[in-house]
Design a protein around this ligand. Structure first.
Ligand code: DON
Length: 558
């Protein structure tokens, strides 16, 4: 009888569509990433005695193999870290505009944006930063030899990776664009089905050369020569000089307090930390815990703070090496609280009516984020990207990887939205060697001076607001990590003036109330908002992973 009952419960649980609300719990260490193969390799590096920075190198490159949709050698990213002694910092390995790029390179003779030029093919490619980032982080903080770290990644590429259901669907969707961007059929254009194994043999060779010759193999060696020639043969402008000049840069993270939390997030050239601080400063005095989660008033407060922050993003933010950003003013509590003073629950503010085009929000999760806590208490939070799904769709067969289309993150023309509907201005115009503005928001949260959470996500412009809601879900509503990640999310970015809502995730009454107040809702064409991978330190010191069920994301640790 007892057995029957257990069986019954098991069947119910097995058939139940809802996602588990408690994530993996481990004693000491954890890696949460978009693919189990990458989390496993990262976690095994930790088990061998490596630290979070060793695991960063392993996970980043394993994602380039196992998750070519966004994991990359041909893109860039940002890392925020917190060491076990409390030291914090940030590494910027964002792509750069090529030396011969110009402000108007994506405009026609009439000054209009040429559709597709900044998103598809070789002109869309920014100078990749990933290998520089991995080696820079490892040089400063790594403990295991890089050869040892790369070995399991190379083995994975040779052995191959099994196609998942979600991957099959993505490949089917993007194959027409692979054909548009590439002269020859590429490895991923082979009608791959769920359960097939794809071997990444050219990538394994590239990684083996990097393993042997180090960072300069990518920027000055054979790989650099092949890459520059390949891009130019395909109509691009990146030269060997561009690659040779690339450097990753250490940045000072954006740090601010929210209640008893200390938030450490990415500085420009990402808008992530600045925008997150503006939103959180704007909402802090509203004492959100008094409202029900995702209720009308809760959504209103957050929407209004987001609207104001994103309007500033557009105007003020760009590469700090090129433009001066009033960082202190933008991130001050007084500034954002003052900006919220004209908000009332009865009358939504209207974003002013700058025209905006229709936005293709369909490609929604092409960046990737991973969170790591090691057995020594060090934490890293990394978001890495080739921008769109499979980047520019341009794949270098000899080297075995896709190239980014990050040039689209610049403002091609003031007032014209990019693929995320973000409207840029002068501060983010294209200039040689400049880094394009990003929304990536790798973040670490401290509570009472101790590590509390490691969090981040892909999602283009929705990254900042997904990170925000994940932190609020835990802090204001006492959710665990997995539960916080599971909850439906919404997003407002000033323009277009609507609230994007995850389909079927919100209460009908709440939606009606918001509409009656004058808010426009966009559920029909909304993306799944973000794919958050996060780690929470529980009160007993154990770790809980939050791996987003919206993808194949997995937490692994010990
Ligand atoms: O840096 C950025 O903000 C974008 N390139 C991120 C792109 C992204 O998250 C794609 N996924 N939706």
């Amino acid at each position: 009888m007892k057995l029957q009952k257990l069986l019954f419960i098991f069947i119910i649980l097995f058939n139940c569509k809802s996602q588990p609300e408690i994530g993996l719990i481990t004693e000491k260490a954890m890696v949460v990433s978009a693919r189990k193969e990458a989390s496993k390799i990262g976690s095994e590096i930790l088990k061998k005695g490596g630290n979070a920075f060793d695991a960063m190198a392993a996970t980043e490159l394993a994602l380039a193999v196992a998750y070519p949709y966004a994991g990359n050698l041909g893109g860039g990213g940002f890392m925020v870290y917190r060491k076990n002694d409390g030291e914090i910092g940030a590494l910027d390995y964002r792509e750069k505009a090529p030396l011969s790029s110009t402000k108007d390179m994506f405009l026609d003779s009439l000054g209009n944006v040429i559709k597709g030029k900044s998103t598809l093919g070789a002109m869309a490619v920014g100078v990749p930063g990933t290998i520089a980032g991995v080696f820079e982080s490892h040089k400063r903080f790594g403990s295991l030899p890089i050869e040892e770290i790369l070995q399991p990644v190379i083995e994975l590429a040779k052995k191959g990776v099994i196609v998942t259901d979600k991957q099959q669907k993505r490949l089917e969707k993007h194959t027409p664009n692979f054909r548009k961007a590439n002269k020859k059929t590429i490895l991923l254009d082979n009608n791959w089905k769920k359960g097939d194994t794809i071997k990444y043999l050219s990538l394994a060779e590239t990684l083996t050369r990097i393993q042997k010759n180090g960072r300069d193999e990518f920027y000055k060696g054979e790989t650099a020569k092949v890459l520059a020639k390949f891009l130019q043969d395909n109509g691009g402008i990146i030269t060997e000089e561009d690659l040779a000049k690339y450097e990753a840069k250490w940045r000072t993270p954006v740090v601010f307090n929210y209640d008893d939390l200390k938030i450490i997030s990415m500085a420009p050239p990402s808008s992530g930390g600045v925008c997150l601080s503006q939103i959180m400063n704007g909402i802090e005095t509203f004492n959100l815990e008094q409202y029900e989660h995702n209720s009308t008033k809760y959504i209103q407060i957050i929407t209004e703070a987001e609207r104001r922050a994103y309007a500033d993003r557009s105007y003020y933010l760009g590469d700090p090496d090129f433009v001066s950003i009033p960082l202190k003013e933008l991130t001050s509590k007084e500034y954002s609280q003052e900006r919220m003073k004209n908000f009332s629950f009865e009358n939504p503010t209207s974003s002013n009516s700058i025209s905006h085009g229709s936005i293709d929000f369909v490609e929604s999760n092409e960046t990737t984020h991973y969170s790591i806590v090691d057995q020594f208490g060090n934490a890293v939070s990394v978001t890495t990207t080739i921008n769109g799904a499979y980047g520019s769709k341009l794949y270098c067969p000899e080297l075995g990887f896709f190239l980014n289309n990050e040039m689209d993150d610049f403002s091609s023309k003031p007032g014209t939205p990019n693929m995320f509907g973000l409207i840029g201005a002068e501060a983010n115009k294209i200039e040689p060697e400049k880094r394009m503005l990003s929304s990536m928001t790798p973040t670490i949260v401290e509570k009472n001076g101790k590590l509390f959470m490691v969090v981040g996500t892909p999602g283009g412009s929705t990254i900042i607001t997904s990170v925000l809601q994940t932190i609020l879900n835990v802090h204001e509503f006492d959710m665990g990590m997995q539960e916080a990640v599971n909850k439906p999310r919404f997003h407002h970015q000033w323009l277009p003036d609507d609230i994007k809502m995850e389909p079927n995730g919100f209460d009908t009454k709440v939606k009606k109330q918001l509409q009656a107040l004058g808010y426009k809702l966009d559920e029909t064409n909304s993306p799944v908002i973000g794919k958050v991978d996060a780690i929470l330190v529980l009160p007993n010191g154990k770790l809980e992973g939050g791996a987003d069920h919206r993808g194949d994301d997995t937490a692994i640790g010990f």
